[in-house]
Design a protein around this ligand. Structure first.
Ligand SMILES: [Zn+2]
Ligand SMILES: [Zn+2]
Length: 134
């Protein structure tokens, strides 16, 4: 996906600059293509932090307290823990895949960001209480 994005940025930059690097098929353009790809890498590096979601527990995107006081958010189950629970339920139907399903469920629980990033409401998954040592 990043490779695709890198290519798209390089092509867009070359096009905007009026370069034929990606329009001409010849290998003599390879050097110029790699130059544009290098520019794309620099552009991606400059905006890298925009793609990183806030870490679990972060309140960066949380609503202000006075606004939160006006709403009553419903119980929150993170998508990670929701998926983990689906995986655990699937064991009943596919007992032969128990090991794989269990491993993925464990990973998904571990990826839970714990708090709803907008409301700060904590994930209701029972898994969090029992594995405080994890
Ligand atoms: Zn969980
Ligand atoms: Zn959770």
């Amino acid at each position: 996906m990043t490779t695709d994005l890198r290519n798209r940025i390089a092509r867009a930059m070359a096009k905007a600059a009026g370069s034929k690097a990606f329009r001409e098929p010849g290998t003599e353009w390879n050097h110029l293509r790699s130059v544009w790809l290098g520019h794309a890498d620099a552009a991606l590096a400059a905006i890298q932090d925009q793609f990183v979601p806030p870490p679990p527990g972060s309140t960066e995107e949380q609503m202000p307290d006075d606004i939160l006081a006006l709403i009553d958010p419903p119980p929150y189950l993170s998508t990670a823990c929701e998926t983990a629970q689906l995986l655990e339920q699937a064991v009943a139907e596919h007992p032969e895949r128990q090991a794989g399903l269990g491993e993925w469920a464990r990973r998904m629980h571990a990826r839970c960001r714990t708090n709803n990033k907008y409301t700060g409401r904590l994930c209701d998954c029972g898994h969090h209480g029992e594995t405080a040592d994890a």
